[in-house]
Design a protein around this ligand. Sequence first.
Ligand code: FAD
Length: 582
Amino acid sequence: MTPDDTDARDRRIREGEELLLSRPQRLGVAKGLFVGRFVADWVMPYPTMPPEQQAALDALMPRLRTFLHDVLDPAAIDRAADIPQYVIDGLGRLGVLGLAAPVEVGGRGFSQMAYCQVMEAIGERCASTSVFVNAHHSIGLRALVLFGTPAQQQRWLPRLVRGEEIAAFALTERDAGSDAANVQTRADRSADGSHYVLNGEKRYITNAAIAQVLTVIARTSEGVTAFLVTPDMPGFAVTEPRMAKMGIRGTATGRLAFTDMRVPADHVLGAPGEGLKIALTVLDFGRTTFGACCTGAAKTSLRLAVEHANSRRQFGRSLGEFELVKKKLARMAADTYAMEAMTTVIASLIDRGLEDYMLETAILKVYTTEALWSIVNDAFQIHGGAAYFTDLPLERMVRDARINQIGEGANEVLTSFIALAGMRSPGVQLRELWDALHHPIGDLRTIWQFGLDRVSSVVRAPEVPVQDARLRPHAQRLSSLIRRLGVEVNRVLIRHREEVLDRQYEQQRIAAAAAELFASACVLSRADAELAATTRRNAARTYPVAELSLRRSLRRVRRWLAKLHENDDGAVTAAADAALGR
Ligand SMILES: Cc1cc2nc3c(=O)[nH]c(=O)nc-3n(C[C@H](O)[C@H](O)[C@H](O)COP(=O)(O)OP(=O)(O)OC[C@H]3O[C@@H](n4cnc5c(N)ncnc54)[C@H](O)[C@@H]3O)c2cc1C
């Protein structure tokens, strides 16, 4: 290691200590899994919408579906690499472009659960349009709704929610992609404090060239700060309006440059220095609707695959009669079921106003985007050569789905985040224990308390309450695996201490196991509610899908945890280093 490497590593370990060992936070369902607990009331009973919200959604959905099928043409949008203005106007008239914004500014005040169902329907039909709406509403306009002053909101929101103006969120730069904190765009405050002067460049920004209001993240002397920027500001330039790209081709992904651009001080969003917090909070919402859009695309893939498996005959049989096709269809159905359950549960956490669901939204983003990628691939395979031609939507759907594992936080970065944020609370306890053990006379109270906490979460598997008798064995398996994750997290933390920050192989195992446990909990909750509400005939359709999802998820948990003890880590590192020429 060079001295620079050592410095960078020490800095990351210090940052990790801060992340892992700062004060403990309230235990949510995902965080609970890391200490062997199950916070049941975050997941169960399966959430439903208040009747008036359900009625508003029911009134909108038929009109939305008619619009999506009769007016919006996803193949034409892909070919032209443009979403036509009449589609944007139509979405605006339907209220979609301000659906979750407050009614006081002209929005529809929809809950996150209802909004997610709308996004799922759009994702079912056209990925370009769902990404466009997500960039405008879930991250662009949302920043203004959450952090804008009343004056800022009155000034911009009414036109944005009607879709007369479009919003964008500009964070990414050449040196600040995954490393979002490394923003280099500078905003220097004028001597009299009346304005800031922005200099820098942004790239890969959805809606950059068509937005009238952009949230731009820049570095100031007070820290990373969010600014509301309009394209009429002198010094604002669109350097590339539409970067030619592989998928979601209808979206306008552009580059921007700011040269001595004066931004009035009252365009600061939130407080100076709060830019990263704003970005992370806004992405929380974006990731939830991401989950909904992926669920929609997964449903379309499944529908197309089922239609083809029932209609196409080879060897004198329909494709659906072959076991290797059945296997694909079954796992597509199981994963789609889990994706919908997780999205619904997480949207309800937002609606309930719970304070910290960042871990859950990160899990949702990774889980649904990875699942969709294999679901689209399975649908493609079932269609054989036909899928390769542009008269079917599958080649477009494959191209469209690929961005999801990268955008709004690359899945590797989020996997690391899930593991480290989840291990923070047990890390704090272990640090206290460590300090107590190394204190000359030892802090017996800390050691005793630690012992009690560990004993309660490790010896006793948590209760996972389900009503339906068929689901109870799965609930018991889930419970004992939650306990086991708590044990394994302790082992990892004891083995690696702060160095866990660099152990991404271990982080992935812990994060993936936690994600599967969370998915299983959501599936159990959904299946329990559906089985209670349905007829015997419908139950015969619901239960096998839920059961397969649970079996697959819980098996994957066992495999991930087993790899903590038996793995190829040394050989993997050696082979990678050889490939890297190190
Ligand atoms: C079509 C499109 C639309 C976009 N829209 C927007 C937008 O509206 N606003 C906006 O601000 N941004 C937008 N982005 C940017 C997007 O968020 C970034 O591309 C993403 O965050 C990844 O950054 P990067 O591309 O610089 O990849 P890099 O940071 O260079 O990472 C490359 C790869 O390295 C790996 N990697 C990186 N860091 C780690 C790590 N710590 N551990 C392990 N592996 C790691 C991951 O596999 C990652 O995929 C968009 C991007 C695209 C392609």
